[in-house]
Design a protein around this ligand. Structure first.
Ligand SMILES: [Zn+2]
Length: 366
């Protein structure tokens, strides 16, 4: 049998080896650089083919959203392509993941990872279908902030994803959304005549490469910087905001994942005008019809984000442009609206939600 080996030294990897055990490894999740947040993990274990392998995250109790571990099931993959949920228990402050596979290699992750290479291939596909690609600026560590634009209409609609890099479901959502938008789908064709879409698929590219949960390379929560982004510490947001000023913004969807709430939901702005609130209500009503996993009963309360709320993308952009701004949240856990017999909530569900959200965006404008 091949000796066990654990690594996280790859794009998006996070998990420090504490000890190898007879059938797996004990690890600790590392905090984001210069920041207090942690929860994202992504490691590769080799050796032990055919036997049950056990990954134990020793410091799960000390992560940012430790209340999100009970009821959570981790993702595993034998080839880095096909992912499924594994038996997972949160016990004595540790997260214990068990899986038996014939392959020598086993990947473990908080949610299904989404690589920069996959994004670049998606963007090239979109370009081939007529979209225009643009780099809005550079990240703190000099990586490109991509934007893909398409449509000839007068109404500018913005999509922002992965401000929080560990929320990889946002990338899968973008893939489902963009693939529909560049297809022959009649609704997509109609909306491309009425609207212009600007999609920023990976706002926090440094954090994604580094394996962060929430922070940027400068240690900031980018989704609290939108009221007045510092061009040095939050160049990502300054660049996106500049482009929004240039193109205008009638509606914005900021796509996220939530570590604790086992539901898909939206969050708006408690201070929004009646018109802006009505736009969000129409989005919600349309998405309820389109997607069986979406719901509106559970979400954040009005005090969410506290004093940081004015710096949230959906609120700051809604107020600045008098636009309909909303945050779309998807769970890391199984979504409770999905029947137990159906496939669990995963990247495939996030892609479908992206596909289905097109009709909801159309509904914003009545
Ligand atoms: Zn988020």
């Amino acid at each position: 049998m091949q000796a066990l080996h654990l690594s996280s030294d790859f794009e998006g990897g996070n998990g420090k080896l504490i000890a190898l055990t007879p059938n797996g490894a004990e690890i600790e999740i590392a905090k984001d650089k210069d920041a207090p947040w942690s929860q994202w993990f992504y490691v590769k274990l080799t050796g032990g083919a055919g036997q049950e392998r056990v990954l134990t995250i020793r410091n799960a109790h000390a992560t940012t959203y430790s209340e999100g571990w009970p009821g959570y099931r981790a993702f595993v993959s034998e080839d880095g392509e096909a992912w499924l949920r594994a038996t997972t228990r949160y016990e004595d402050g540790a997260l214990v993941i068990r899986y038996t596979a014939q392959s020598e290699t086993l990947w473990f992750a908080y949610f299904v990872p989404y690589t920069v290479a996959r994004l670049e291939a998606l963007l090239e596909d979109a370009r081939g279908a007529g979209a225009s690609l643009r780099v809005l600026g550079k990240s703190h560590e000099d990586r490109p902030i991509h934007c893909v634009s398409l449509g000839q209409g007068e109404t500018p609609v913005w999509i922002v994803a992965r401000q929080h890099p560990g929320e990889t479901m946002a990338s899968w959502w973008v893939e489902g959304f963009l693939r529909r938008l560049v297809s022959a789908d009649p609704l997509a064709q109609k909306l491309l005549r009425e609207m212009s879409f600007h999609i920023v698929p990976l706002a926090n590219i440094d954090g994604a490469v580094r394996g962060h949960l929430r922070g940027s390379a400068s240690g900031l929560d980018l989704n609290r910087q939108w009221a007045q982004p510092d061009p040095v510490l939050a160049p990502e947001i300054a660049a996106i905001l500049r482009a929004m000023e240039e193109m205008g913004c009638a509606a914005l969807v900021d796509v996220h994942g939530d570590e604790t709430i086992p539901h898909i939901f939206t969050d708006g702005d408690p201070e929004a005008s009646p018109e802006r609130s009505a736009g969000l209500a129409r989005f919600n009503a349309a998405l309820l019809k389109e997607n069986p996993a979406f719901q509106v009963a559970v979400g954040y309360d009005a005090s969410y984000a506290g004093s940081g709320a004015p710096g949230m993308c959906a609120r700051a952009i809604g107020r600045r442009f008098d636009a309909v701004g909303l945050t779309l949240e998807m769970p890391f856990k199984d979504a409770e609206e999905i029947p137990a017999a159906a496939p669990c909530w995963s990247h495939e569900g996030a892609m479908r939600l992206g596909h289905d959200s097109l009709a909801a965006i159309a509904a914003i404008f009545g």
